[in-house]
Structures are given as C-alpha cells and as structure tokens.
Design a protein around this ligand. Sequence first.
Ligand code: ADP
Ligand code: MG
Length: 246
Amino acid sequence: MIEVEHLTKVFGSGTESSNRVLDDVNFTVDGGEIFAVVGPSGAGKSTLAQCLNLLQRPTSGKVIVNGDDLADLSAAALRTARRRIGTVFQSSNLLARRTAAENVALPLEYLGATKQSTKTRVHELLDRVGLGDKADHYPHQLSGGQRQRVGIARALALKPAVLLSDEATSGLDPQATDSFLRLLTEVRDELGLAVVFITHEMETIVKVADKVGRIDQGRIVEQGALVDLVLDPDSPLGKSLRPRGA
Ligand code: ADP
Ligand code: MG
C-alpha cells in the first residue's frame, strides 16, 4: 500500500550534514497495518509525514502509494494520489470558524461534491467517529479528544487508502488517547487502511502498532513487528517497551 525506499531529505544547500533531516529511510506498510514511527523531538518525524504526502519533495528516494511513485506523477495525477492519503495532525488543525460538520465537509467541497451528497457523507462520518450529535459545534466547543476525532472524520472523507497521523494524541489525556487509538484501529480494520502513526510517546505505540520503526536523527535505527521487538532482549526499543521488571 505504501512503500518508502531510500528516502532522504536535505534542507538548504545540502552540504552540511546537519541539514540532512531524513537519511535513507525504508519501510513498507500494507493495507490493514499500523506502522508506528517513534522518536524524539527533532528526529525528522514531521518531515517524514510531509514527504509521504509530498507536501515536501524528497531530495532522493521514492514514496510509492498503491504502486504509483508520487515523484513521477504529473501535477493533476498527484492531486488525485494525494486524495488517497488522509492526514490527522496534532491539535487537528480544524478551522475555528467552521462547525465540526463544515470542517469535515471541506475536502468534499474542494472536490466539487454536491451539497446533498456532502451532507449525507458528513453525517455518516461524524456518526462513525461518535460525534453525530456534535455536528453544529465549533472547535472551541469540543474537547481535545473530540476535535481529534473530527480530524479523523475529515481525513476519511475522501476514502483514503493511507492514513497519516502526526502526533495526533500528543496533548490528549489518557482517556481521550485511548478512545482515539481505539477508533484508529477500528477504521483500520473496517477500511483496510495502511496507517502511519507518528509519535514521540513510547507508551502509545504498544496499544496500536503492528510494526514499529524507531527514528533518530533522520535514520530508522531499528524496525520490526512490535511483538518481535518486545521479545528481543537485544532491542533497545523492545527494552523500553517492556513493562518495568519484565
Ligand atoms: P520531529 O517532527 O521529529 O520533531 P521535524 O521533522 O519537525 O522533527 O524536524 C526535524 C529537523 O528538520 C529539525 O532539526 C528541524 O529544524 C528541521 N526542519 C524541519 N522543517 C524544516 C524546513 N522547512 N527547513 C529547514 N529545516 C527544517
Ligand atoms: Mg513533529
């Protein structure tokens, strides 16, 4: 579903190694899988998210979604391919002057969907994330967790194949985080999405990840199935994931 091959991103002139924000990143995420990318602040996670939907152009390497190398596509084809990728951000980026329903409707409006079909789809989506009764609420009238679920509804509006989540649970309380993660796994199962779940919070990945990649200074320094890493006594990631004393 999504394949990343030798992805490198260098900002600026590229002569200084400190500008190398992503360095030879490789991974694959199949439909129905959640790949968690975990690493400290400044490791390159958000740059990776932006390269995955080509908001940033990779310096080299490939991002292949459903068999299409995004870098090879014409501008029109890229717009179509981008629709296959839904994104949920930290603090959800909802428009403050639009209701929950109007925020979810945005991508459908851009696409030129009819009023009626938009309305039907928006209600379906808000129902799906458990906020059918909050359609007319503005973002400031919703809790942080509710705003993130509206963010998921908006990301799903165009029926993507890939869902990117960049620090979407950072800043949520434990209960709202659990509810977000539960929703994420449910839609993954229902829609067969390939999910890239990016976070600096080690404790969240145990709850959702099928596979994990640990990123540090732009490199994926270890990756594998979550169970394998947890069981591997030599894995630094596994060590930090195991319950204390185990
Ligand atoms: P993370 O999301 O893991 O905290 P980021 O991808 O936001 O990391 O940032 C990784 C590094 O890339 C940081 O050192 C940051 O300053 C740098 N960086 C991010 N975006 C740009 C940009 N547009 N131009 C130059 N440097 C950038
Ligand atoms: Mg970030």
